[in-house]
Design a protein around this ligand. Structure first.
Ligand code: AMP
Ligand code: MG
Length: 322
């Protein structure tokens, strides 16, 4: 990875071009600095997990320059539209059902049928998103397990050399993450407290239940949430060294011969490419396997290094008895 460019407001067009080209750009929002990637580009989204050193695929929030663009990707009901009118741009993230025709990459949502969307208020973030013209997936711009950054210097301390650029917009004003509200079901559920209070939300949508992670950066989705990630209908067999004709194969490197259907994660054994193709592959093998009457999915071993750990975490969950 070349040196990380430190950019200022005058460089916004360059930052936007980098994002569009699939590079990683850290940028300020009113909450914390985000590590941005083109949310439609599987390789770019996989690179976010690699740069952060995340050991698992948490779903990422997609950022938009305005509500209309967000609601082109998710199905917004009356509650969502009213909250968007009142709190966007601002530190509120809404989790809503993904539209069937959404082109947000599956890895962005970690294979979930829902997507988290937000319109940030920071003027540099809004201008960057407008110029980029694509949804931007962005978790906090820190290495996994470290605290969220609120200055460009914090970002560089953790990610220098791992991202193409950092857009310096001075210190973040809110300094805590966005409130995450799940509106994908009939009961509005607070998944993470943040910049917009529960009371402010309840004044609009009535009682809000509390669920999921509640401790910010340190929080991981509850095991229940993780289990709700895309789970294939066909049983998954790990560490396959051979494959039967009635099995579908999730290949990594040269494929084992004889499978009924094959999805290649990465012919050349690149774990970042493999991560970018994982969720799409599980879906495809599941559908193709059902169509051809196959009995299961055999997954070839993936090394633990780098994103391999996150891939193996996901595959282990997919293979766990249900
Ligand atoms: P971060 O990207 O570090 O700000 O964290 C994003 C937060 O949003 C995490 O707590 C995620 O679990 C949550 N999140 C993102 N997408 C979804 C989703 N589709 N369903 C539920 N929670 C989500
Ligand atoms: Mg974070």
């Amino acid at each position: 990875m070349p040196v990380t460019a430190l950019l200022g407001p005058a460089d916004l067009p360059r930052a936007a071009a980098l994002l569009r080209a699939g590079e990683l750009v850290a940028f300020p929002t009113e909450t914390v600095y985000g590590l941005g990637a083109n949310a439609r580009d599987a390789r770019a989204v996989a690179a976010v997990f690699a740069a952060k050193g995340r050991p698992s695929f948490n779903p990422l929030i997609s950022h938009f320059s305005e509500a209309g663009a967000a609601f082109a990707e998710v199905a917004a009901d009356g509650r969502a539209r009213e909250l968007a009118t009142l709190f966007w741009p601002g530190p509120l993230t809404l989790v809503l059902p993904r539209r069937p025709d959404s082109r947000i990459d599956l890895l962005t949502g970690a294979g979930l049928p829902t997507l988290a969307v937000r319109v940030p208020a920071h003027p540099l973030a809004r201008e960057l998103l407008r110029l980029a013209g694509v949804p931007v997936a962005a978790p906090s711009a820190n290495r996994s397990g470290q605290v969220s950054p609120t200055t460009a210097a914090h970002v560089l301390a953790g990610l220098e050399g791992r991202v193409a650029a950092v857009l310096d917009g001075g210190p973040c004003l809110v300094g805590v993450e966005s409130t995450v509200l799940d509106l994908s079901g009939p009961v509005a559920t607070l998944l993470r407290p943040g910049g917009v209070s529960r009371e402010a939300l309840e004044a609009v949508v009535g009682p809000v239940a509390v669920g999921g992670a509640t401790a910010g950066e340190a929080a991981r989705p509850s095991p229940g949430m993780l289990l709700s990630h895309y789970a294939p209908g066909l049983p998954v067999r790990l560490d396959a060294r051979c494959v039967a004709a009635n099995e579908a194969l999730l290949a990594f490197g040269p494929p084992l011969p004889g499978a009924g259907a094959v999805w290649q994660l990465s012919e050349g054994g690149d774990v970042v490419e493999a991560a970018s193709r994982l969720f799409a592959g599980l879906r495809w093998l599941d559908e193709e396997g059902a169509r051809r009457g196959l009995h299961g999915i055999a997954a070839m071993p993936v090394p633990e290094a780098g994103l391999g750990a996150a891939i193996n975490d996901r595959l282990t969950r997919a293979a766990a008895p249900r």
